[in-house]
Design a protein around this ligand. Sequence first.
Ligand SMILES: NC(=O)c1ccc[n+]([C@@H]2O[C@H](COP(=O)([O-])OP(=O)(O)OC[C@H]3O[C@@H](n4cnc5c(N)ncnc54)[C@H](O)[C@@H]3O)[C@@H](O)[C@H]2O)c1
Length: 474
Amino acid sequence: MADVYESMLSNNVGRSILSSLNLPVPVELERHSQAQTSFVTGNVLLGAAPGGRVMDAITQTLKNSTANVQTPDQGPTLADIKAAGDKAELHITPVTTSAEAAKFKALVFDATGIENSEQLRAVYDFFHPVIRKLNDCGRVLVIGLPPESCKANPQQQIAQRALEGFVRSVAKEIGKKGATANLLYVAKQAEKAAESAFRFFLSPKSAFVDAQVLRVGKAKSMDAEFNWNLPLKDKVVLVTGASRGIGESIAGVMARDGAKVVCLDVPQAQDDLQKVADRLNGGTIAIDITDPEAPRTICDLLQAEYGGVDVVVHNAGVTRDKTLGGMPDKFWDMVININLSAEERINDALLEKEVLKPGGRIVCVSSMSGIAGNFGQSNYATSKAGVIGMVDAYAPILAKKDITINAVAPGFIETQMTAAIPFATREAGRRLNSLKQGGQPVDVAEAIAFYASPASAGVNGNTVRVCGQNLLGA
Ligand SMILES: NC(=O)c1ccc[n+]([C@@H]2O[C@H](COP(=O)([O-])OP(=O)(O)OC[C@H]3O[C@@H](n4cnc5c(N)ncnc54)[C@H](O)[C@@H]3O)[C@@H](O)[C@H]2O)c1
C-alpha cells in the first residue's frame, strides 16, 4: 500500500495540509556526508558551571572543527572558558546571548562542577536565553559527572542525577526542529577519553540518537596522529546479518571508516551477501549462527584468513511475534537462540581462542522492545533485554583485556522488517517520538561505528537507544 503520509510530506502543499491538521510534520534530519570535513559547523555556544572540568578537553576537540566557538558575554566562568580556549589555541568570541541575531548550531554546557541542587540554576541560566535560538537539527550537549562516582558527596550525586530529567525534557521540546539533546557522564580523569563522544554527539552522525545518557570512563586518549576520517583503518570487522537492512548499512559504514569487513549471513542469503561484500571489498561467511559448529567455524576462518578480528557486531536477529498464550514453543526457542544464545556462544569462542584481539570491540544490537517490552513480543523482548544484560555482565570482565562491549537499542527504523507492519501501526510507531519520524539504518550504523572506533576505549557497558526519543519506555 502506498504510504500516503510519506508522499504528503514530500511536497509543500501536503506538508501545509498536515500542519494545518496539527499532524506531525518532521524536519528532514541532517546526516553525515562524505563531503563534510568538519564534525560540526556554525556557531557553538560553550558554557560551564563554576568548577567544571571538561572545558579544556572540549575546547581541544572543537579546535579540530570549523565551528565558530562562542561563550556568553557574562557569567562567572567567562574567564575560565577564555583560558581553556587560549590553551587550546582556539579563538572564542563572547556573544550577547539575548541579541536577536544570535543563532546556534550547538549549545554545550559543562555541568561537572555542579555540587548541589541550588547550583542546578547554572543550567537554567545558560540554556534559558538561548534554547529558542537553536538551529534546525541543532545539538544540546550537557556534560556531567557519573552520579555513582559522587558517593562521597550525596548532594552532588543528587544534583548530577537531576541532569537526566533536564536533558530528556529539553529533547522533547526541541525535537520538532529535528534537534537533539544528550547527556554525557564523563568520569574524573576521563576528560580526554571523551573526545570521540564529543565528536559523535555534536555531529550529524548522531541524528536519531536523542535524550540518551552515555558514560565515558578512563582510557588512553588518542595520539595526535589518530586518523579521525579513517578510524577503522587496518581493522577487521565481523558483521552478522549483513546481507540486508541494518546489517548491510553497518557493513557499509565500517568500510567507509576504513575497515576490512567480513559479512556473515545464513547460506540462503548467500547471493545478496556476496553482493554486499563485493561492493565493500570485504569477505563473507555464509553460516547460520545457531549451527552448533558456527562458533568454531567463525573463529577458524577469522584466524586463518585475517589473523583475528578487531570488532564484532552482533546484528543478526529475528522476530516471531505472538501473544504468549498462543506462542508455539518453536517461536520462543528460535528467537532466544538466534538473538541471544548464539551471540553468547560466539563471544565465548572468540574470547577463549583469543581471536578477538586485545583492544577489541563487541557491539550488540538490542531493541526498544528489550527496554519497554512490546505486545506480542515476549520472546523478542526477553532476548533483547538479555542482550543488555550481556553488556552489563561482560563490560567489567572484558575491561581487564582492554575490550569493550556496548549495545544500541534501535526504535522504529525504516527497513523491510518495518515496511511489512500494517499502515496504522506503522505510522504510530514511526511518529511517536520526539523527531516525528522513523530512523534510517545508517543512524544505527553510525552509533555502532562510534562504539567500534579505537578512540572509544573509554566507552564500555553502555546501551544507547537510537530511537529519536521514542515515547515508549524509559
Ligand atoms: N528494523 C527495526 O526497526 C529494528 C528495531 C530494533 C531492533 N532491530 C534489530 O536490528 C537487527 C537488524 O534488523 P533488520 O531490521 O535489519 O532485520 P532484517 O530481517 O532485515 O535483517 C536481519 C538479518 O539477519 C540475518 N539472520 C537472521 N537469522 C540469522 C541466523 N540464524 N544466522 C545468521 N544470520 C541470520 C537475516 O538473514 C537478515 O539478513 C536485528 O537484530 C533486529 O532485531 C531492528
